[in-house]
Design a protein around this ligand. Structure first.
Ligand code: RIB
Ligand code: CA
Length: 319
């Protein structure tokens, strides 16, 4: 029996698609639902991508809920050209993945999250791999959830390395710095899995060839997705020699925290220029005990990539 219930909050682009596959493939994980977010794509596109990928992977019965469509401080959202370049205009490498007839669930993503936290309490893990808008809205609506939930392991931020959308800011945090700051300042138990560690975990065409050789539909589609992502990384991050496994690392670390070395630190997010979106220690809480927020500073790359390949390859073999 699975050890944990998990909810993913995804802005479904390519590495989110890998995170979704990892959660489905890990025996310790019972994925009870996905919340759609905006970021790599508009919220409706991301939600549809999640529905279609679940169906591709034989998991069409897992519900997908729509989250908020823009940040807490704006009235609309437009996809940045760099996101479209890295993930494709539709978030899934411009591939035409078969649309499932399954529809998005009628309950809002925020209400689903709050209800699930009350139901599963410490057994529930939340992994946000897009902006923190939905989680901040849930905390605002029901502050009690911060003490009930098991753990939040989020992909976002950068403590010891530069950002990827500005010199100081990582994309997910930059989409909604105010929401991220509210989450970091709350007492929710969380681990920040940022660029410090995610840009050390890389995939190359060596691995996508293994999936292509399976000669299955999902193996082919995931190989196409990741080859597109690798090509984009070759342009935007040539020094990495591969593509970064940002979002699946957060899922893996939620299930096996020992993959990471972390430091406990009371964090804040700067919300104003020139440091808008910077994730950094909160000087006003530096002398208070840091008990709920951990920041990942190192990762067991070999163990993670081996687990990632073992799980995804066996999932693609069956679909
Ligand atoms: O900065 C990397 C993050 O931004 C990943 O979650 C990617 O999917 C995008 O959302
Ligand atoms: Ca993402």
């Amino acid at each position: 029996m699975a050890k944990y219930k998990m909810i993913l909050d995804l802005d479904t682009g390519i590495d989110d698609a890998l995170a979704l596959a990892y959660a489905l493939a890990d025996q310790d994980c019972d994925l009870i639902g996905i919340i759609g977010s905006y970021g790599n794509v508009l919220v409706k596109q991301g939600t549809q991508n999640s529905l279609d990928l679940l169906s591709l992977l034989g998991a069409g019965s897992i519900p997908v809920y729509e989250g908020l469509s823009h940040s807490s401080t704006t009235s609309s959202f437009a996809v940045q050209p760099v996101s479209a370049r890295i993930h494709g205009v539709n978030g899934v490498a411009n591939l035409e993945i078969t649309h499932t007839s399954t529809k998005v669930a009628s309950q809002s993503g925020i209400d689903f999250l709050i209800d699930a936290i009350h139901k599963y309490k410490k057994d529930l893990l939340l992994v946000p791999t897009g902006p923190l808008t939905n989680l901040a809205a849930a905390i605002k609506q029901d502050p009690a959830i911060t003490k009930l939930i098991g753990h939040v392991t989020l992909m976002g931020g950068a403590l010891t390395v530069p950002g990827n959308v500005s010199p100081v800011s990582e994309a997910n945090i930059h989409q909604d710095p105010e929401a991220a700051n509210e989450v970091f300042q709350s007492d929710i138990p969380l681990t920040m899995v940022g660029l410090d560690v995610t840009t050390r975990t890389l995939l190359t065409q060596h691995e996508t060839t293994i999936w292509r050789n399976l000669k299955t539909k999902s193996g082919d589609i995931y190989a196409d997705l990741v080859d597109y992502y690798i090509a984009a990384y070759k342009e935007t991050n040539p020094h990495l020699h591969g593509c970064a496994l940002h979002d699946p690392l957060a899922v893996a670390a939620a299930l096996e925290p020992k993959l990471l070395e972390t430091v406990y630190l009371n964090m804040k997010v700067d919300t104003q220029e020139p440091y808008e979106g910077r994730t950094i220690g909160d000087e006003t809480r530096l002398n208070l005990p840091a008990t709920t927020t951990q920041v990942a500073v190192n990762v067991d790359v070999e163990r993670f990539v081996a687990k990632f390949m073992e799980r995804l390859t066996s999932l693609f073999e069956k679909n």
